[in-house]
Write a protein that binds this ligand. Structure first.
Ligand SMILES: [Zn+2]
Length: 151
C-alpha cells in the first residue's frame, strides 16, 4: 500500500486502515474499474456529509470508480477493503454492487472532504455515523467497535 490511503477494510480487519508509505509505487491496481458519473443522489450525499462534518469541498474534483466485485471486497496491492479513497487523483473506488450503499459511499466522501485516510471518532462516529456499518446502523455508538482507536 504505497502512496495510498484507504478505508473500510473487508471482513474483520477493520482496524487496519493502513498508513501510507512515502514514495510512490503505482496506484492503479484496482482492476476492472470504470469511472461512474456522479448522480444527483451523490451530490445530495456529499452535501449531507459536508453538513455533518462541517467541511466544505467540491465534489466535482472527486472521481468515482466502480469495481466489479460481487463480494464487495476490493484489493489494492496487498490490502483489501470495501471501498477506497485515494488521495492521488482524489479517487473513490466502490464495489459496483454497492454504489447505492449510503454509509459506504459517504464514508469515502468524508475521507475526500478531510483529505486524510484516518478515522477520527469525533468525525466518523459522532458527527457523521459513517465509521462502519455497525456505526451507521446504531448512531448511539460512541466508537467504532471494529476500530476503537479510529485509525
Ligand atoms: Zn475509511
Amino acid at each position: 500500500m504505497r502512496g495510498v490511503l484507504h478505508c473500510v477494510l473487508a471482513g474483520i480487519l477493520v482496524s487496519a486502515c493502513a498508513i501510507p508509505r512515502a514514495g510512490g509505487a503505482p496506484v492503479a491496481p484496482v482492476e476492472r474499474a470504470w469511472s461512474v458519473p456522479t448522480l444527483e443522489l451523490y451530490q445530495e450525499w456529499w452535501t449531507r456529509t459536508e453538513q455533518c462534518s462541517g467541511l466544505k469541498g467540491d465534489m466535482s474534483l472527486v472521481t468515482f470508480y466502480a469495481v466489479d466485485s460481487p463480494s464487495g471486497a476490493i484489493s489494492l496491492g496487498t490490502e483489501v477493503a470495501h471501498g477506497w479513497w485515494i488521495r492521488e487523483g482524489n479517487r473513490i473506488y466502490l464495489p459496483a454492487n454497492a454504489l447505492g450503499e449510503e454509509w459506504l459511499v459517504r464514508h469515502e466522501m468524508l475521507h475526500a472532504l478531510m483529505q486524510r485516510g484516518s478515522h477520527p471518532a469525533g468525525m466518523f462516529v459522532e458527527a457523521c455515523h459513517l465509521a462502519s456499518g455497525p456505526v451507521w446502523r446504531d448512531s448511539t455508538l460512541a466508537e467504532d467497535p471494529g476500530n476503537p482507536h479510529g485509525r
